[in-house]
Ligand binder design. Structure first.
Ligand SMILES: NC(=O)c1ccc[n+]([C@@H]2O[C@H](COP(=O)([O-])OP(=O)(O)OC[C@H]3O[C@@H](n4cnc5c(N)ncnc54)[C@H](OP(=O)(O)O)[C@@H]3O)[C@@H](O)[C@H]2O)c1
Length: 340
């Protein structure tokens, strides 16, 4: 089955990553795009070979050629648009954060279930070839019992015109919703469930209604301790330090950067008593977005599992919500399994 995509919110990430990935993935084609600015939608469609451009989600969802949508509007629209897509019988691949709240995430999961469509969350880091290698190494016990992890995904993002991230009604929160959600998902992919959360989320620099600097302390269900930092207030002159993962165990440690590579390129060093092994990937390596699309295509054709089900996005959001509760209360917050 050909996956004929409609992009909802044909903006920056759709332009830079998903439209080129759709063009590169066998069995996928871009059928239509939508955004409020019809002229911009038409230009996007022309650049990326889509047949139709629309100025509303509702109009795109009436297009019979489209059988799956990529939801790439800002977060406050993800739940509404996914529910509408499900009711129109379209499968959905939804950008992170999946929704503004876990309550919205549940509505999305229920709507997709009720309408028999696949709901996948675009946590593309799970398809980074280095991260898949790390998962195999951990499963093989390459570094013994995992006891600690640290992930930093940070940059300097002051409020600026057209940048909706500082508006909590649109973004749902600060850097944890933007960057930290990637770290939490990657940690869950590699190390399993998060059991307990403590966090600081503060507005340190910018005059902003959302926090700009967040630090999470996590206890994983396997007993490991983890620290996630996601800051909009730290200048990024050394990407290797601002976008990195470290996992330590009783027999060794793993270090990888950057976590956000769009071609899996970067370092992956595994240190054990046998020395340091380098599993780095050169630029131009496997593209996580293309691999994710291929897995999504298998899922919607009934030939494979849903690569990142809505429940995974919900579990990541539950960690962010718990972190905000902890930041407000100054207490550790325990997470339910599955999230309550
Ligand atoms: N996975 C990743 O690495 C990654 C990276 C970046 C972003 N993202 C996620 O992808 C989503 C989109 O991010 P983006 O940077 O591509 O966003 P964007 O370009 O700012 O917005 C996407 C489109 O949505 C429409 N839009 C913007 N603000 C809107 C509003 N207030 N109400 C209704 N429509 C609005 C815009 O078109 P019109 O104004 O013409 O309607 C725009 O083209 C977000 O959830 C973001 O977190 C993911």
């Amino acid at each position: 089955m050909t996956v004929r995509w409609g992009i909802l919110g044909a903006g920056k990430i759709a332009e830079s990553q998903m439209a080129p990935a759709i063009a590169a993935a066998p069995g996928h084609e871009l059928a239509a795009v939508s955004r409020r600015d019809l002229g911009a939608a038409e230009l996007f469609a022309k650049r990326h070979g889509a047949r139709r451009a629309y100025d509303s989600v509702e109009a795109l969802l009436e297009d019979d050629r489209v059988n799956a949508v990529y939801v790439a509007t800002p977060p406050h629209l993800h739940a509404r648009e996914t529910v509408l897509a499900a009711e129109a019988g379209k499968h959905a691949l939804v950008e992170k954060p999946m929704a503004m709240t876990t309550a919205e995430a549940r509505e999305m999961i229920e709507a997709c279930r009720a309408n028999g469509v696949v709901l996948t969350i675009c946590h593309y880091q799970r398809f980074n070839a280095r991260h898949q290698r790390i998962k195999s190494l951990l499963e093989e016990g390459a570094i013994g019992q995992v006891t600690a992890a640290r992930i930093n995904f940070s940059d300097r993002f002051p409020p600026q015109a057209g940048f909706w991230h500082h508006d909590p009604e649109i973004s749902g929160g600060g850097p944890m919703m933007d960057l930290g959600i990637h770290c939490i998902d990657l940690l869950r992919y590699l190390c399993g469930r998060v059991e307990t959360v403590a966090a600081l989320a503060e507005t340190l620099v910018d005059s902003s209604p959302v926090d700009d600097t967040a630090t999470l302390l996590l206890r994983m269900a396997n007993g490991a301790q983890a620290v996630v930092t996601s800051h909009w207030t730290t200048a990024n002159h050394q990407p290797e330090r601002m976008n990195r993962l470290e996992i330590c165990g009783t027999e060794g440690s793993i270090r990888a950067a950057p976590i956000s590579a769009k071609d899996s390129a970067g370092t992956l060093l595994v240190s054990t008593a046998d020395g340091i092994r380098d599993y780095g990937v050169e630029p131009g390596g496997p593209r996580p977005h293309v691999a994710l699309l291929e897995a999504f295509g298998q899922a919607v054709s009934g030939r494979g599992p849903n690569p990142i089900p809505g429940e995974e996005g919900l579990a990541g959001l539950a960690v962010v919500e718990a972190a905000y509760r902890s930041a407000r209360s100054g207490q550790f917050v325990a997470l339910q399994d599955p999230p309550d």
